[in-house]
Write a protein that binds this ligand. Structure first.
Ligand SMILES: [Zn+2]
Ligand SMILES: [Zn+2]
Length: 225
């Protein structure tokens, strides 16, 4: 309600550079660095050579693939920060558009969209789950059903500063599916940012355990390891 009111009476401000006029201006769209080939076939990270293995096989176990639209830098990093920590919910629209464009470029198909959940206590504090807003917007853009149902059982400490193995241990078994019957459906699993993919992989394990088909992890941005 309040968001709709503000949208109506104030000109939008760019989440990347702060300029008035658009939620994510043409200049910032141009400066958004899309991930470039060659990328790892499994985890989607940029690699030096097309045949180079990025060493992700041990940690990406349940996800069929992991893909991201852009590198976590420049205007998209700023916009994601404002979206997540400054309550700029309307930024879900240009950010989900980056996701939808990448989905089309990669030629990825899925039957439904879901997202990485926040622990209820954290969601109460923030007022919303940024991954849910992105997932629902992407589902709308693609004409797919949005499936709620992943539950975070533990409020895991932030992944920042943990190495790969600790990240994996930190989130293992932290998620559970309590949504509708998945019936082998293929899913796109949305989050805002991926680093090692440990959180997305732990979510995919819960989705698989609940009967999901292939699960594609999908984020707006990727932190370079
Ligand atoms: Zn801008
Ligand atoms: Zn990889």
């Amino acid at each position: 309600m309040l968001e709709a009111f503000v949208d109506l009476f104030l000109p939008p401000r760019c989440g990347g550079c702060g300029a008035l006029g658009a939620l994510y201006c043409a200049g910032c769209r141009r400066r958004t660095r899309r991930l470039e080939e060659p990328t790892c076939g499994r985890c989607g990270a940029e690699v030096e050579h097309a045949r180079a293995s990025c060493g992700c096989k041990a940690r990406i176990r349940s996800l069929t693939r992991l893909r991201s639209a852009a590198a976590y830098e420049g205007p998209v990093e700023k916009a994601l920060h404002r979206f997540k920590y400054e309550g700029r919910r309307p930024l879900r629209r240009p950010l989900a558009l980056l996701l939808a464009e990448r989905l089309a470029v990669e030629g990825l198909a899925a039957e439904a969209v879901t997202w990485v959940p926040l622990h209820p206590a954290r969601k109460r504090r923030r007022g919303y789950n940024q991954a849910e807003l992105l997932g629902r917007e992407l589902a709308r853009l693609c004409g797919l059903p949005a499936l709620a149902g992943l539950v975070r059982l533990r409020d895991t400490p932030p992944q920042v500063g943990l190495d790969r193995l600790r990240r994996q241990a930190n989130v293992a078994g932290a998620f559970h599916w309590e949504g509708p019957e998945l019936g082998r459906r293929s899913l796109v699993l949305v989050d805002d940012v991926a680093t090692t993919g440990a959180t997305l992989d732990a979510c995919a394990a819960a989705l698989k355990a609940a009967g999901a088909g292939p699960v594609i992890g999908f984020t707006v941005a990727r932190v370079k390891l």
